[in-house]
Design a protein around this ligand. Structure first.
Ligand SMILES: C[S@@+](CC[C@H](N)C(=O)[O-])C[C@H]1O[C@@H](n2cnc3c(N)ncnc32)[C@H](O)[C@@H]1O
Length: 279
């Protein structure tokens, strides 16, 4: 299932349209397609941690081939890559999960029975089923409290530690046993919290921002779209700190959110928040 890019017009407004656009989270290529069509002088470097998504994007973006480069990498390794840094106009981080991944059989969705894996890159780390087996009860409680703001986190952690969790249905059943409900919102939060922990999604972002600011030319922009309050807090605080140190100017004094029309058309956009900083 192709992912619908969120706030693509708002993203484009922050580009100057010359040099190189880095799509740090290419997914199925929706943002890049829109941006390369809009700015014929722009070239793009496309990253993703998920090889399958990147392969999909390569096919979709074939018509732009001479203007494109693809790199299978975690964006936190960006500062270590040998890129033409001084030509970069902007880097986009559209964080989290795509609809393409959600509709896969890799265990991201509570709506699809599948082995509980949840890794963006299946060659790294451990599947969620193994992660849940190896993690301690108290660490699991912290994950549910910090990443999902769950009430009765202790009970859910105890239930999970007390049974075999191999598949998405096993996890749904554990939630059902504790909360006596399988409400969409509750299941999304439980699945999201485990996914964030399995992929260590909140680690190293602040450090990456500061390192990128050393490499980019003046005027280059960092554009972040987040879907989780923990992610957004990291971006907000790192931007404030970078501005305080005189390394960046925050261009979005007020966070940008999708319009009502966009949310009606694409409900997955509802939790999105965009922040942009300029070196
Ligand atoms: C919301 S989707 C991006 C969708 C994309 N903008 C589009 O229009 O199709 C998020 C993407 O970020 C990728 N991702 C998540 N964490 C990553 C990381 N640390 N490094 C690189 N890619 C990552 C996921 O694999 C996923 O494809």
């Amino acid at each position: 299932m192709e992912h619908v890019p969120v706030m693509k017009e708002e993203v484009a407004k922050f580009l100057r349209g010359k040099g190189i656009f880095v799509d740090a989270t290419t997914g199925t290529g929706g943002h890049t397609e829109y941006i390369l069509e809009k700015f014929p002088d722009l070239r793009a470097i496309c990253l993703d941690r998920d090889k399958q998504s990147l392969q999909y994007a390569m096919k979709r973006l074939e018509k732009f081939r001479p203007r494109l480069e693809f790199i299978h990498s975690d964006y936190r390794k960006l500062p270590d890559l040998n890129l033409p840094w001084k030509k970069i106009d902007a880097i986009l981080f559209d964080m989290g999960l795509s609809s393409f991944q959600l509709s896969s059989t890799r265990g991201f969705s509570y709506q699809k029975d599948a082995p509980l894996d949840m890794r963006f890159n299946p060659d790294e780390g451990k599947p969620a089923s193994v992660f849940l087996r190896e993690i301690s009860y108290s660490e699991l409680v912290i994950i549910f409290k910090n990443f999902a703001d769950l009430k009765r986190a202790e009970e859910l952690a105890r239930e999970i530690k007390g049974r075999k969790i191999e598949s998405t249905s096993d996890l749904v059943n554990a939630v059902k046993k504790v909360y006596k409900t399988t409400k969409r919102e509750l299941l999304s939060r439980v699945f999201q919290a485990i996914r964030i922990a399995v992929n260590r999604e909140l680690e190293g972002i602040d450090d990456m921002i500061f390192r990128l600011l050393e490499l980019l030319p003046d005027g280059a922009r960092l554009i972040f779209i987040t879907y989780h309050s923990g992610e957004d807090r990291i971006i907000k605080n790192s931007f404030r700190e970078a501005e305080k140190r005189g390394k960046m100017k925050i261009l979005t004094k007020k966070v940008i959110k999708p319009s009502r029309q966009e949310i009606i058309k694409n409900p997955r956009a509802r939790s999105a928040k965009m922040r942009v900083g300029e070196k």
